[in-house]
Design a protein around this ligand. Sequence first.
Ligand code: NAP
Ligand code: ZN
Length: 352
Amino acid sequence: MQKTIGYAAHDNKSPLEPFSFERREPLPTDIQIEILFCGVCHSDVHQVRNEWGNAAFPMVPGHEIVGKVTRIGNAVTAFKIGDSVGVGCLVDSCKVCPDCNDHQEQFCNSAVFTYNSPDKHSGGTNYGGYSKQIVVDQDFVLHVSDKLDLAAVAPLLCAGITTYSPLRHWNVGKGDKVGIVGLGGLGHMAIKFAHAFGAHVVLFTTSPGKTEDAKRLGADEVVISKNPEEMEKHLASFDFILNTVAAPHNLDAFTALLKRDGTLCLVGLPDQPHPSPSIGNLIFKRRTIAGSLIGGLKETQEMLDFCAENAITSDIEIIPIQQVNEAFDRMVKSDVKYRFVIDLASLQQTEA
Ligand code: NAP
Ligand code: ZN
């Protein structure tokens, strides 16, 4: 085992603080990564505050990891020391079930998430990317292009793939009218991808102040979702709506905007249920409410390659790790433009 350092929550009420812990020595198929940047996802807030009811403490969050390879096991073939790499929400799966065989490891019943998941190596709970280094099986490490700003790549590992995957699954492209609900970390990546795929993109926001940014990011129209007259203009006109909101709200306002056979896909995972949706809204136009979970490793690499080819990254605010608790509070108030990314070099101050 090797000692390392990060920031951890010790219960669901206290701020994150410096934390020393151990990582395993690299096994033959493992990669050891010096973490340069880690994005701050709303899922980190949900889990640290135990809003999903599954928190194990101490918890080192972080699943939007970008760094450099510093050590490799002797059976590693696809990576070498010095490579720029990424790790997202997954660090292991069974590798043999139908979901794994279909490159949909996120749905494997034995999927191991990057933190707050049982760790077969230590017998305890694993620790995430708000830390100096991480050791991960090579099958769960992604190649990252050095053409892109590595700090702005970090959010692609969760916010990027979580929006890219459903837009691809529902074949969003030219000629489609697509809605994105919520302009935060996921929402801003969803606008960029839907725009890049050629769709007509409409952002639904509760924050009128975000209108100009939404247009700059690629939205063709912006609708203030609290304004019923503005919503009414779009009744029964959308092919697909991707809802990224992190709080319970009335879904009927959005299902009513779908065309016949349209889909409202939920990716936001609030701590409390949404009010039960109107069944009439669904059956009279054969509309669907669906869900989607991150994406598999193959598709995550495809998304990273697409971003490198099309110069797509996240719009970020870089923070030292000492400011992570303020970043959590600002994110909960929808005050984020549009992803906080921790510069892990700041951990040196903690070690000094
Ligand atoms: P975020 O940056 O906080 O963005 C969420 C946005 O939702 C806010 O910026 C805000 O946008 C809108 N919003 C927040 N509260 C609202 C309310 N009460 N009513 C209406 N709109 C509200 O969060 P994120 O990191 O993008 O994550 C969003 C959600 O997705 C979280 O629940 C997270 O856990 C979940 N998630 C799911 C997956 C998955 O695989 N399915 C992966 C990652 C994250 P406006 O200001 O524009 O209204
Ligand atoms: Zn996330």
